[in-house]
Design a protein around this ligand. Sequence first.
Ligand SMILES: [Zn+2]
Length: 204
Amino acid sequence: MRYTSTAIEALIEEFAKLPGIGRKTAQRLAMHILQEKPGEVEKLSGALIDVKEKVISCSICQNVTDRGDDPCSICRGKGRDLSMICVVESPSDVLAFEKTAQYRGLYHVLHGVISPLDGVGPDDIKVKELLARLSPQDGREVSEVIMALSPTVEGETTVLYLSRLLKPLGIEVTKIARGIPVGAELEYIDEATLSRAMEGRSVL
Ligand SMILES: [Zn+2]
């Protein structure tokens, strides 16, 4: 069944493209928008456009930040431990670790993991940018790189690849502990488990 309005159908079609949204939920969202005050809908559409126009990757850690706020607040942050970089897959993982309020080092967001089957190689994720942060020339302060990637085949492949690159640079490469279910996405792990995984990290 289709609504007798092409505008509503177009909106439903757009919502249904979003992850985890089926046709039913898309319909519910579209009906909600239809009943919403014009001001609220403008705020929503403005937020959608802003996120594409204003959000950039931090020039240092590749995490999300706003244009005009680069390096990001974590890279600029006072009281951070500059000797550690925690390597994660996505900006959501940074959020997960920050929520534990325990890790005080820096991050590096790869924006993916190496996945040969999907045609994703090292050049398709932010590996170059990580190496640039570790070059011994400019008085490097980093002594430990912590691998905090999801324990999937792709995550493990990426950890192996990176540790082979980083160890010859004289950097201690560690990996967060298990206790995280295999295949689980870091962002869905509870804070206590994530804290324990970070504390129990081992040298690769
Ligand atoms: Zn940053």
